[in-house]
Design a protein around this ligand. Structure first.
Ligand SMILES: Nc1ncnc2c1ncn2[C@@H]1O[C@H](COP(=O)(O)OP(=O)(O)OP(=O)(O)O)[C@@H](O)[C@H]1O
Ligand SMILES: [Mn+2]
Length: 272
């Protein structure tokens, strides 16, 4: 009689690599001990606490498993750890706790979201982009005194962004040296996001200005219908400069990221 291995075994039959998402140290060691030279093991996670090599870093702990896997594979392809067409067994956690699910996926280089590029190939530091994304997600979760709030952050290439925008009000960051990673910044950004305009942040994370009205050239920008002026300006400034933009929508509550004039990422803060 056939055992479960004969049935479920198809899932990991002839895979080129095993991709472990945020494994515990002991879990990782059990797989590293497998005696099979043809089987590569790749670890993906928000931090490499277990010192795995190769390792692919996630910018956020995607709660959507499809996004988590796609981002991980995009990063692994980009780093040359796996190849286009490789068959992978991706082991991850869908429910709370440890790894509970294995998906069989074929790596497809043409099916890239550009999500990995957003972090690794932008002018701004990956940590800065990650911090801004976190601020936007937190702002989206809590709103401003319970009311939904919108916000627009333009990150990187700040000199050019300043040249293609003008002030709507005095700049509270004029003489300050605050950085997106600083604990006080979340409070400040939350406070200042009540008023109009965009925050401009440098490659290294310094907050250059609040209250900027963006005036980029809008041609060649193809953002989804239904999004308004804030999203249009966000998309356009990333085409007109070497920046990326993170937008929290006041009307639908979603956080979106743009690069090169295109929508790259869309997440629901409530899911984090
Ligand atoms: N060019 C711009 N630069 C900076 N901020 C802008 C720009 N255009 C609009 N905004 C800001 O976006 C706010 C909302 O505008 P609008 O409703 O048209 O955008 P939206 O894309 O629909 O965003 P939301 O989903 O948050 O409503 C404006 O009140 C303004 O603060
Ligand atoms: Mn609107």
């Amino acid at each position: 009689m056939a055992g479960l291995d004969d049935v479920f075994g198809d899932i990991y039959d002839d895979v080129d690599a095993l991709v472990l998402f945020s494994p515990s140290g002991s879990y990782y060691e059990r797989f590293s001990a497998i005696d099979d030279d043809a089987l590569d093991i790749v670890v993906v996670g928000t931090e490499n606490a277990i010192g795995a090599d190769p390792f692919v870093e996630l910018p956020i702990e995607f709660t959507d498993v499809t996004e988590r896997v796609r981002f991980g594979l995009e990063g692994a392809l980009e780093q040359g750890v796996i190849e286009d067409g490789d068959v992978l067994a991706c082991a991850t956690s869908v429910f709370d706790g440890g790894i509970d699910t294995v998906s069989r996926v074929r790596a497809n280089a043409e099916d890239q979201l550009g999500l990995y590029d957003l972090f690794s190939k932008s002018r701004a530091d990956a940590d800065v982009i990650k911090a801004v994304l976190e601020v936007a997600i937190n702002l989206g979760k809590k709103g401003q005194k319970g009311k939904p709030v919108g916000a627009l952050f333009v990150v990187g290439d700040a000199g050019n962004v300043m040249n293609k925008s003008r002030p709507l009000s005095y700049n509270p960051f004029e003489k300050s040296h605050v950085h997106v990673g600083d604990p006080i910044v979340t409070v400040m950004l939350k406070e200042f996001s009540r008023l109009d305009g965009a925050f401009v942040i440098s490659d290294s994370g310094k907050i250059v200005s609040a209250y900027r009205y963006l005036e980029p050239a809008a041609e060649g920008v193809d953002i989804p219908k239904g999004l308004g002026a804030r999203h249009m300006a966000a998309g356009a400034i990333t085409r007109d400069t070497n920046s990326i933009a993170v937008v929290l929508s006041e009307s639908d509550g979603l956080v979106r990221a743009f690069k090169g004039g295109e929508l790259i990422l869309e997440v629901d803060p409530e899911a984090y």
